[in-house]
Design a binder for this molecule. Structure first.
Ligand code: BGC
Length: 765
């Protein structure tokens, strides 16, 4: 046992125990007496800490590499080491690998006065080293078990590399595919988003946070970041409470109710208040209304940015605003560590604010078991044997297949035959081994994905020829740099035309590079970037038998392709096993069942476009003139709606029954529908349940998802799928943020996408 562990057990813990007797139980927030043993330990520890040490807990430093944001003033390694030794650092991010984590943990535990261990955070967004599909893609699986398992594996690998806290899941609802970060979320719908948020939190945190293979999760970005104006990153948000409470907050609330241990605030303002300084969000809603007892971390230097927003004069004011508003930890902003102790000493901030914030952070550290063993995540043997193991790749392949959405399949051009077809594989992404890993995969190995060419080669006896056609851009794309899209180099097109002419089927892999979506990757166009559209049309002129495989991190506006190309697969960025997953779907060994978690627009002008929009006073063309809600140059409907996705078989819905015999407050609406596999293959279907509240005190959406069921059916098999809804699931939030349930008539819709018209109704009395 090393010296400092002795220090913790022989010095700090007895002191904690002693002071437990003299401490009255504290209130962790206004209404919630916390009298568990961790609260007592936290309170006792706080009693022996200096103000600087308490503020230190509120200070999160970036490690000395992997900066995932702009490097702030005073962020040099020397200052950070110095602060670490003084006990002025509560946690670190972007330090990974057992050796590195042990290094910084050792300083915290052995060289500081109290030896309080660090919490170690990292963006484990869709896998650590074994990379699973980007979160938006996983969400297209609607398979909550598989999503939970994917987060479980990510936590297993990350914890083996010394990490005990992930900055995930991102639960931001967004209806704007211009915003690059939609790749990190679960799409546009608060119901689906909430279910997926819960699955991911469970996956990361497991049953018991103190186990060495579970890590604390973080619901981010709180809140409304997905609604940045114009889809432009880091922009402003102005939003009604109706939208905030009904659309934005549900997944956060679901995460809080299911035990997520941390929240991260966001870079936007909300109705004029930069969110890191929002008391309304962080205290009134999160900590008071929802009783959240974990801690809130700022986003990268977002507390400093309160100054740039023009809402604080200087760092002192920013520190005051953020800490009193309930931002407990300052990520790489250096504001708290520089300002807070002085503000307390000057009597400008109540020390109770600091105690509360530091206490919340210490609580999570106790829950992680860091005080029992600060090195519990630092096991070289585990690191070597667990990370990247075969079973993790099998699971990554499994969820990659489940994430694929078949958008179109005319004349059953898919699946391809395994033999006897001459196939040309064309496109700048067809043999790319880096791009399929997507964005936010900082610990993966570059170029480690199975490319589509590799996947197809391993899977077929067909004659397969390959040509890149064009380069996507000049230079090399990385997490931090922006590249110049290729708009002029057409050298490879001829070779591609030659192999296309000579083939039975052309598979084209087009879309966005993995670093063309993600943070700071907003786009004003949602077409195929660069010369890809030109390449697609050129190939189409010599061979119309095209299967388009899209690789992208957001919905794209591909109207021309949707009209002309017979088969389209939404292949997202599927992670380490991309090529294998796509090949299995192309050749029919896996029957696709994914459904879109986000609407695909026809063009950018339709954005925001989403399925659960409000009705308007002029929603239809009643009189045959122009005076109704529409465009004069494009129809209102999307290219592909939310919930859409085909299979190699077909499903028929029939016999929708709605039973509301038990009316009143305790109403339980029982809904059932028969689903028949009417095609020639076994297949999976996501049966979706929507309602419409027909008349209410606030205009309600034309449809709202309220349930879904993933079912598998053999050919000709019929099954009955049942849903039930309680009165509580039929209400909504009003502009005061109060949840209300109003009697009245409801429509019920069931089907395989949000445009289903299979409908019945019931009345809530
Ligand atoms: C992002 C967060 C991320 C943090 C740490 C920020 O730029 O907005 O989502 O967790 O960096 O890497």
């Amino acid at each position: 046992m090393n010296l400092k562990i002795i220090k913790i057990s022989t010095f700090v813990l007895p002191l904690i125990l002693l002071s437990m007797f003299i401490t009255n139980l504290k209130l962790d927030s206004k209404n919630h007496p916390m009298n568990d043993s961790i609260t007592q330990k936290v309170d006792s520890l706080l009693q022996i800490m200096t103000i600087e040490e308490k503020v230190g807990q509120m200070n999160l430093y970036n490690g000395f590499w992997d900066a995932t944001g702009p490097v702030p003033e005073g962020g040099d390694a020397k200052t950070k080491y110095d602060h670490l030794r003084k006990g002025w650092v509560g946690g670190m991010l972007n330090v990974r690998g057992v050796k590195n984590v042990r290094g910084v943990q050792k300083i915290a535990v052995e060289e500081t006065r109290l030896g309080i261990p660090l919490i170690i955070g990292f963006d484990v967004i869709h896998g650590y080293k074994t990379i699973s599909p980007i979160p938006l893609a996983e969400s297209a699986s609607w398979d909550l078990e598989a999503i939970e398992n994917s987060a479980r594996i990510a936590a297993t690998e990350a914890s083996a590399a010394g990490i005990n806290w992930t900055f995930a899941p991102m639960v931001d609802i967004s209806r704007d595919p211009r915003w690059g970060r939609v790749m990190e979320g679960a799409g546009e719908d608060p119901f689906l988003g909430s279910k997926i948020a819960i699955a991911r939190v469970k996956g990361f945190q497991g049953e018991d946070l103190s186990q060495p293979n579970t890590i604390a999760a973080c619901a981010k970005h709180f809140a409304a970041y997905g609604f940045v104006e114009s889809g432009r990153e880091y922009n402003t948000v102005d939003m009604s409470n109706v939208k905030l409470f009904n659309t934005v907050l549900p997944p956060f609330k679901a995460a809080a109710e299911n035990g997520v241990r941390t929240f991260m605030n966001s870079f936007n303002d909300l109705n004029g208040i930069p969110v890191s300084g929002s008391k309304f969000l962080q205290r009134d809603i999160l900590k008071d209304k929802w009783n959240f007892n974990g801690f809130v971390v700022s986003d990268w230097a977002s507390i400093n940015e309160i100054i740039y927003w023009g809402h604080a004069k200087n760092k002192k004011e920013a520190a005051f605003i953020a800490s009193t508003a309930g931002s407990d930890m300052d990520m790489e902003g250096h504001v708290y560590v520089q300002e807070l102790a002085e503000l307390v000493k000057a009597g400008q901030i109540d020390e109770a604010i600091i105690d509360e914030a530091a206490g919340r952070i210490l609580r999570v550290k106790f829950e992680l078991g860091l005080f029992d063993n600060p090195y519990k995540y630092c096991n070289e043997e585990r690191e070597k044997s667990i990370i990247g193991q075969a079973s993790h790749h099998e699971a990554a392949l499994d969820i990659a297949k489940k994430s694929i959405v078949l958008l179109k399949n005319e004349n059953n051009i898919l699946p391809l035959k395994k033999e006897g077809q001459k196939i040309a594989l064309i496109g700048p992404l067809a043999n790319d081994k880096n791009s399929p890993l997507g964005s936010w995969r900082l610990a993966s190995e570059d170029n480690s994905a199975v490319s589509i060419l590799e996947g197809m080669e391993a899977y077929t006896k067909n004659e397969l020829s390959y040509a890149k056609g064009i380069e996507l851009f000049k230079g090399q794309a990385t997490f931090r740099n922006q590249v110049e899209i290729n708009k002029g180099d057409r050298q490879g097109i001829e070779e591609a035309l030659n192999i296309a002419k000579d083939s039975d089927v052309v598979v084209m892999v087009l879309g966005e590079h993995g670093f063309q979506s993600g943070e700071a990757r907003s786009r004003t166009e949602l077409n195929l970037p660069g010369l890809q559209q030109e390449l697609l049309e050129a190939i189409y002129h010599v061979n119309k038998n095209i299967v388009l495989v899209l690789q992208n991190g957001r919905p794209l506006a591909i109207e021309w392709a949707a009209e002309h190309i017979p088969a389209i697969i939404e292949g997202w960025q599927l992670g380490s096993e991309t090529g294998n997953a796509i090949a299995q779907v192309l050749y029919g060994d896996y029957n696709p069942s994914g459904k879109l978690p986000m609407t695909f627009p026809r063009n950018v002008g339709q954005i925001p476009i989403y399925y659960n929009y409000n009705n308007t006073g002029r929603a239809t063309n009643r009189e045959g003139n122009v005076f109704w809600s529409h465009y004069i140059d494009k129809e209102n409907s999307p290219l592909y709606p939310f919930g859409h996705g085909l299979s190699y078989t077909t499903f028929k819905y029939s016999d929708l029954k709605v039973d509301t015999s038990n009316y009143g407050k305790n109403i339980k609406v029982e809904i059932s529908v028969d689903i028949t596999n009417s095609g020639k293959r076994k297949g999976k279907e996501v049966a979706q349940l929507y309602i419409r509240d027909k008349v209410a005190s606030i205009v309600r959406p034309i449809k709202e998802l309220k349930g879904f069921e993933l079912v598998e059916l053999d050919t000709n098999q019929t099954i009955t799928v049942s849903f039930s809804l309680t009165a509580n699931e039929l209400g909504f939030y009003n502009n005061d943020g109060n949840y209300i349930i109003e009697p009245g008539d409801f429509d019920v819709f069931v089907g395989g996408s949000s445009v289903t018209e299979i409908k019945s109704e019931f009345t809530l009395k």
